[in-house]
Write a protein that binds this ligand. Structure first.
Ligand code: HEC
Ligand code: HEC
Ligand code: HEC
Ligand code: HEC
Ligand code: HEC
Length: 226
């Protein structure tokens, strides 16, 4: 048999490519096809949360989005468009997680006095510290409290090793051993440093391990949107 010419190979390659293009088109536009694009596992607490609770379809028809994308690609449009689904924002999270007892509400950190702190830890957005489809419960490290609390001094400090000493010694890895971040666990912090959870235990929790903080939570998130 004659071996195929370069032209035949090119034609065959183009035809082999067409079904791939069609499949890609389906995946990008069909919301039912979304699960096959899901990058990784959801947080344990999110096993019953629907994709659409976080991934809100973006404005405009698919055709309009495509046109806008092309215009952006050609430099005829200044802003990038989201294709199919918009970027996930804190707004989606707050639909289920808004709580009156929040200790560190994200809106506070737009104040000018936090300008420097938010360059170290993006406290104005849930996704500054959390992600999804990773195995991490949070994406911050243990010592991020230092971005804001390095001038902390209590009028009458109840601790055996007081806060001022902990901070002077830069023992930032101890903070989460006594305080949760959101103030959503019902337990009160201990007064003896010895009773603090070990940094390794907290680190495991920040990834996806079991929670050392005493339950119940003051506030349970909504399971689904109304
Ligand atoms: C709790 C919120 C949440 C839920 C529920 C969720 N996602 Fe996501 N997803 C995110 C976040 C946050 C990102 C990071 C990218 C972003 O900001 O858009 C992401 C990214 C993705 C991406 C990558 C998009 C890109 O532009 O890189 C895909 C695909 C995806 N999710 C699919 C799914 C599917 C399928 C489900 C349901 C099984 C699902 N997601 C459920 C929050 C969520
Ligand atoms: C449809 C409702 C809903 C939405 C939207 C939602 N969550 Fe949740 N989330 C829950 C529920 C329910 C739980 C489990 C109960 C709890 O921990 O209060 C949970 C748990 C969590 C946990 C703890 C996970 C664990 O396993 O301990 C984190 C962190 C979290 N959510 C962050 C987010 C972030 C960040 C977003 C936005 C990207 C988000 N959630 C969007 C309902 C939601
Ligand atoms: C500056 C970092 C930071 C930001 C911003 C942040 N979180 Fe967290 N979050 C953490 C840390 C650290 C933990 C683990 C300690 C704890 O459980 O409080 C946590 C734990 C959680 C938990 C599990 C414990 C609980 O409170 O039920 C949920 C749910 C959660 N975050 C949701 C959110 C949502 C929703 C937002 C946005 C409104 C958000 N977080 C913004 C750092 C952050
Ligand atoms: C982006 C800035 C920021 C970061 C990061 C931050 N905090 Fe705070 N924290 C604040 C502010 C602001 C307050 C409120 C103090 C006030 O109103 O004067 C506060 C209050 C608190 C309170 C007292 C709450 C109450 O109800 O009185 C505790 C406890 C606390 N933070 C612990 C922590 C711990 C532990 C960390 C690290 C895991 C941390 N914070 C990280 C800004 C921050
Ligand atoms: C051994 C446990 C323990 C450790 C470690 C610890 N704290 Fe505290 N913290 C407490 C207790 C107890 C209080 C008293 C108020 C209370 O009961 O909430 C307190 C109070 C606070 C307050 C509230 C201050 C006020 O004006 O009311 C802040 C903010 C705070 N701690 C931040 C931190 C930071 C940041 C770190 C890490 C350097 C840290 N804590 C380490 C137990 C601890």
């Amino acid at each position: 048999m004659r071996s195929p010419t370069a032209r035949q190979i090119r034609i065959a390659a183009v035809f082999a490519f067409v079904p791939l293009l069609v499949a890609a088109g389906v995946v990008l536009t069909d919301r039912k096809a979304m699960p096959i694009m899901s990058h990784g596992p959801l947080q344990a607490g999110h096993s019953d949360v629907r994709c659409e609770s976080c991934h809100v379809p973006s404005a405009g028809t698919v055709r309009q989005q495509l046109q806008a994308k092309v215009r952006f690609g050609l430099g005829m449009r200044d802003t990038r468009v989201d294709f199919g689904y918009g970027a996930v924002t804190s707004k989606a999270c707050l639909q289920c997680h808004e709580r009156p007892n929040e200790r560190h509400p994200i809106f506070r950190f737009h104040e000018p006095r936090f300008e420097k702190a938010v360059t170290q830890v993006e406290a104005t957005s849930c996704l500054g510290c959390h992600a999804e489809h990773t195995t991490h419960r949070t994406t911050v490290d243990l010592v991020f409290c230092q971005a804001c609390h390095d001038d902390l001094a209590l009028k009458s400090d109840p601790l055996d090793v007081d806060h001022a000493t902990l901070i002077a010694d830069r023992r930032w890895q101890t903070c989460l051993g006594c305080h949760d971040f959101h103030g959503n666990h019902s337990a009160h912090p201990p007064k003896a440093l010895e009773e603090a959870f070990a940094p390794l235990e907290i680190e495991a929790y920040l990834r996806a391990g079991p929670s050392p903080y005493a339950l119940p939570k003051n506030f349970e998130a909504k399971e689904d949107l109304p």
